[in-house]
Design a protein around this ligand. Sequence first.
Ligand code: BTN
Length: 326
Amino acid sequence: MSDSSVKLIDALADGQFHSGEELGALLGISRTAVWKQVQKLVELGLEVDKIKGRGYCVPGGIELFSGERIRSDLLPAAEPLLARLDILTTTDSTNSVVRQLAEEADASGCVVLAEQQTAGRGRRGRQWVSPFARNLYLSVAWGFEGGAAALEGLSLAVGVAVKRAVASLGISGAQLKWPNDILFNGKKVAGILLEMIGDPAGFCQVVVGIGINIDMPESKGADIDQSWTDLRRVSGQSVSRNQVVVALLNELLPMLASYQKKGFCHYREEWQGSDAFRGQPVELVMAKNSISGIANGVSETGAIGLLVEGEQRYFNGGEISLRGAQ
Ligand code: BTN
């Protein structure tokens, strides 16, 4: 992002009107050039009003992430676990940035947040739509002894942490879709992408990437290939992005720090209590085949349970969908 765009965003962040003349003087450019810069912000997904005689305004302002605010609002159980907090204006993917940190050293507790991702990654090769300053894109690394076995069920437990975080903001009723989507009324509000690096049998690190839709512009949501919602739509009011980060880190960091000891069995009941598909006819699509059954909870290691012809069977991979759903 150019220096001019950053300066313009800072100027418009207060939600007040600023004349083209004032903005031009600030940026050292002509009024026509200001208009062109404003168009760039609109392309990023920001709503900018222009009124003749008054100038430009972003209704409601822009709440950028503030490291100071986030750190100072963390609970004592989470604050010491935050080793580092980097806030990037734009990056390809926060998971890639954290992955790089973890490849260099033990990056446990290193958190990267971005205002925008240009190549946000979702599960199964999907893109994660990541417009500027509207949602949350966060990645954190954590190290585990005992390799892949210590990580069983972790992605489901992260889903529980996200659900708790959202509930702590007064937005209750989130449901979990195996393995780790967070839904409201069947629409996806948040997704989780875990990546492992290191020794699958020894010390390894997990990069936990979380995307939460907070205030997705309709124009950007049109690029999402599944039904979606965001916290503003679900709660019916504007939601502070910094508060969402704080709520998330308050749940996530202590959970990561104690996971090796507690394991998924500690979260299983809570996960099952919010299972979006329990008791419903589903289809599980795996790499080579698919299987139909009735969704019937998850195992102590986070595998999905399906009742297939009356028999309980567990599966570790694949994607489930409601049978008969579009
Ligand atoms: C999914 O498909 O449900 C997983 C989405 C994960 C998106 C987050 S946004 C922060 C982090 N960086 C990425 O590139 N992806 C994850």
